[in-house]
Design a binder for this molecule. Structure first.
Ligand SMILES: Nc1ncnc2c1ncn2[C@@H]1O[C@H](COP(=O)(O)OP(=O)(O)O)[C@@H](O)[C@H]1O
Ligand SMILES: [Mg+2]
Length: 418
């Protein structure tokens, strides 16, 4: 089988690496891919938003199965387009992807299907938003409705901050169209965790837990990033939460999909806030998380391609999804200055020096004219290792991170600890 992966991050490299292990997969293709994926497959130029271009590539290369990594093409309807031309796809339809593409749509879904979540109000104009603030206490959470690449949620400490945030989003248009509608939300306390699941719309299979580290500095300090590292299993998850997740979160989600006639075949990533052993949904994402996927897929014992095929053909109930007992850590090596301004094009040394038990996924890398691998993004590389314990896997990734050098290299020291 020829498989095409849409996307170019560490997530997509991890998917490519895992699919490559399947005896059913003969060729890996990626669009646009990255230098890491290029070592195991063929990368094709193009934009993940160019749906017609992707369809043409699928037909030209006789691709048997397409895996869609990022949310943007899913929300634009790539799965629908490919399927309408008879091509097999892993990833939800445009309708189902709206669970991520519109915060108001997903809150409405949660409310109608009795899924625990923060109290909220959808507002469609600046005046309406300011008037609605009286129904909330502070801090209040202001969420732009549309996709905003992680920049659409602001926790506002007081009314002045809420009003100025609403003005920026709804009047000044700093997020373009994404902020023309807003969700105001009650602020929840507790600790956050995410739950990734395979679903074919009939059956839902939770994956093993993972803990991410969003802030740039040790001790969870400083501004948020796309994610500075992950460990699996999540050492902070209280015992017995699986049953709570199933009953309170997953069962009503599946009921909701059925009642709304929503065709969801892919991964649902559920962002949760947990307090007193109760979970509330913060958001749905309709694809694998990055860098959660890197650690989760390294623990997958079963054949990922078999799972993906079963999801696509709605036979997930016939697959036994098995996981390894190992602990896994993923350490993100970032460009100095990230998540603010940083330089690109810095040559990376030592990628060939890493030991055999280390897996390095590429995220923000590119080839320069000389064919050298250079930095090309904020989050550059994901250094991963399996181990017998959290300490063991941490030791391996921190040791290996010293073997890889580029000017300005930055990473957190406390992945898995805080
Ligand atoms: N109701 C809430 N109460 C407290 N914190 C929240 C709430 N909603 C979101 N957050 C915080 O904001 C972050 C981003 O919100 P989320 O809904 O996940 O949006 P996105 O990932 O699309 O930016 C969350 O990870 C969480 O830290
Ligand atoms: Mg989120």
């Amino acid at each position: 089988m020829k498989v095409l992966i849409i996307g170019n991050g560490g997530r997509e490299h991890a998917i490519a690496y895992t699919l490559k292990k399947s005896p059913l997969v003969t060729e890996i293709h990626a669009m646009p891919g990255n230098p890491g994926i290029a070592t195991i497959g063929t990368c094709h130029n193009g934009s993940v938003e160019d749906l017609e271009g992707i369809l043409a590539l699928v037909e030209k290369e006789n691709i048997d199965f397409t895996v869609i990594g990022p949310e943007v093409p899913l929300c634009l309807g790539l799965a629908d387009l490919l399927e309408s031309h008879g091509h097999k796809v892993f990833g939800p339809t445009k309708h189902a992807a709206t669970l991520e593409g519109s915060k108001a749509f997903s809150k409405d879904f949660m409310a109608r299907h009795n899924i625990p979540t923060a109290a909220y109000k959808e507002v469609n104009s600046y005046d309406e938003a300011v008037a609605a603030l009286k129904d909330f206490s502070y801090p209040v959470v202001v969420k732009a409705d549309g996709l905003a690449a992680g920049k659409g949620v602001v926790i506002c400490e007081d009314e002045a901050m809420a009003v100025s945030t609403l003005k920026e989003m709804m009047v000044d248009g700093i997020l373009d169209g994404a902020g023309s509608k807003v969700v105001l939300e009650e602020f929840l306390t507790g600790f956050e965790c995410s739950l990734l699941c395979f679903t074919d719309g009939k059956t839902i299979v939770p994956m093993v837990s993972a803990k991410d580290h969003k802030q740039i500095f040790d001790g969870n300090k400083g501004p948020n990033t796309g994610g500075m590292g992950t460990v699996s299993p999540n050492p902070f998850l209280p015992e017995g939460m699986e049953d709570v997740f199933e009953k309170d979160i997953l069962d009503p989600f599946m009921e909701g999909l059925k009642k709304d006639n929503m065709d969801f075949r892919g991964v649902v990533f559920i962002g949760l806030m947990i307090e007193n052993n109760k979970a509330k949904v913060l958001e749905y994402n309709v694809r694998f998380g990055d860098p959660e996927t890197q650690v989760i897929l390294l623990r997958l014992e079963s054949d990922l391609f078999e799972i993906m095929q079963a999801v696509s053909s709605q036979t997930l109930d016939q697959v036994d999804v098995k996981w390894k007992e190992d602990h896994v850590a993923c350490l993100v090596l970032a460009s100095g200055g990230y998540p603010g301004d940083y330089e690109k094009g810095i040559v990376i040394h030592g990628l060939d020096n890493v030991k055999d038990d280390i897996i390095v996924f590429h995220a923000g890398t590119a080839f320069n004219e000389k064919g050298e691998v250079v930095t090309n993004g904020g989050r550059v590389l994901n250094v991963c290792a399996l181990g017998t314990s959290l300490e063991d896997t941490r030791e391996k990734v921190y040791q290996a991170s010293k073997d890889i050098e580029f000017e300005g290299k930055y990473y957190r020291q406390d992945i898995g600890l805080n």
